[in-house]
Design a protein around this ligand. Structure first.
Ligand SMILES: Cc1ncc(COP(=O)(O)O)c(C=O)c1O
Length: 275
């Protein structure tokens, strides 16, 4: 994390404590966030991220204290103060201090500037592995602070050399712990529509894909993985990342497919020309 961050009207030094120990975000995990990044110094799809952040907040009956424009201005100020052009940006909102562990009045709103984490290039050239786990995120359309399963499963995921955990619910595929998930069956791109976080990367990739492929947003059965010729995941910090293995089974031939390569390239071009 970078040195300077914003919290409730002030720019503070991140090495010093800033929130009260009875913040309901800390005591109960009651809070939401959004995770954005810059490309060529520009905040990528800020309006979409801010809209999703506001929606996540509303689902927890929280109100974002700063408006979109003021938040954007503050991010630029923080980038300058931290002397960085490329960074990840985390918006964070909790209920704030609580007396009884259930109610709150003054929200905690923070903006953090973080280093960009880059995944090994090998994952993009050779494809990644994911492991499945039955789990439905709470209030899945919100980006709430509950990532307990993602964190709890991290040692097992690493042991199995997987980049992500693919959550399933009964016979359906949902999304990964921090990414959206897609499969190709021939020229048809298929991805779950409901009970997932509406990813900003997902939305852009679907728009690009419609130029060349059939697109189906619908419930996806786990059994469909066996019929998939290609698979990939999307996220702000992973772009389009090919998936060639789910648990112990190969997707298609177990190699990065041509259609996924086309989407990776299209997305990279889109990012490069983003204004
Ligand atoms: C649960 C979950 N699904 C999907 C995504 C992908 O969303 P985005 O493309 O907006 O980063 C994330 C990103 O952090 C996530 O946490």
């Amino acid at each position: 994390m970078k040195k300077y961050f914003y919290c409730n009207g002030k720019i503070l030094d991140s090495r010093k404590p800033a929130v009260l120990i009875n913040d309901i975000g800390l005591l109960r995990g009651y809070g939401v966030f959004d995770f954005i990044r810059t490309h060529q110094g520009k905040i990528f799809h800020f309006a979409d991220h801010f809209r999703r952040f506001t929606r996540s907040a509303r689902l927890l009956q929280l109100r974002v204290p700063l408006r979109q424009q003021a938040t954007e201005k503050m991010i630029h100020k923080l980038l300058r103060k931290n002397k960085v052009r490329e960074a990840s940006i985390r918006l964070l909102l909790t209920g704030g201090p609580t007396a009884d562990g259930l109610s709150y009045t003054d929200p905690t709103f923070a903006i953090l500037i973080e280093d960009i984490y880059t995944f090994p290039q090998k994952l993009f050239t050779q494809g990644a592995k994911v492991i499945t786990y039955p789990h439905q995120r709470l209030l899945p359309t919100s980006k709430n602070n509950n990532y307990i399963q993602a964190i709890r499963l991290a040692p097992e995921r690493l042991r199995q050399k997987a980049v992500e955990v693919l959550f399933t619910d009964k016979d359906k595929i949902l999304e990964c712990s921090t990414s959206n998930f897609f499969i190709f069956k021939g020229d048809t791109l298929i991805t779950p529509r409901a009970d997932i976080l509406p990813g900003i990367t997902r939305q852009i990739v679907l728009r690009l894909a419609r130029k060349k492929f059939w697109v189906e947003e619908r419930a996806v059965k786990i059994s469909e993985l066996a019929q998939a010729s290609e698979a990939f995941l999307t996220a702000t910090n992973k772009f389009v990342m090919p998936v060639v293995m789910v648990d112990k089974k190969k997707i298609g031939k177990g190699r990065v497919g041509e259609r996924t390569k086309w989407l990776m390239k299209s997305f990279a071009e889109y990012v490069e020309h983003y204004r």
